[in-house]
Design a protein around this ligand. Structure first.
Ligand SMILES: [Zn+2]
Length: 57
């Protein structure tokens, strides 16, 4: 279980939007990136992110 206070201070490194937890991932609703959580530590790295939906092109 992740510390809720930790989740509060997290922001997406791509768009600086606040993120939320969804199952085993941290999700940014603004840009659609998903970040893994490893050993209860969110990995907020762009090269580890998975983008679920395309942004404007
Ligand atoms: Zn984002």
């Amino acid at each position: 279980m992740m510390d809720p206070e930790l989740l509060e201070i997290l922001a997406c490194p791509a768009c600086k939007t606040a993120v939320r937890q969804a199952d085993e991932h941290i999700v940014c609703d603004a840009c659609g990136r998903r970040f893994p959580i490893e050993n209860d530590i969110p990995v907020m790295l762009l090269d580890r992110a998975v983008q679920e939906k395309p942004t404007d092109q």
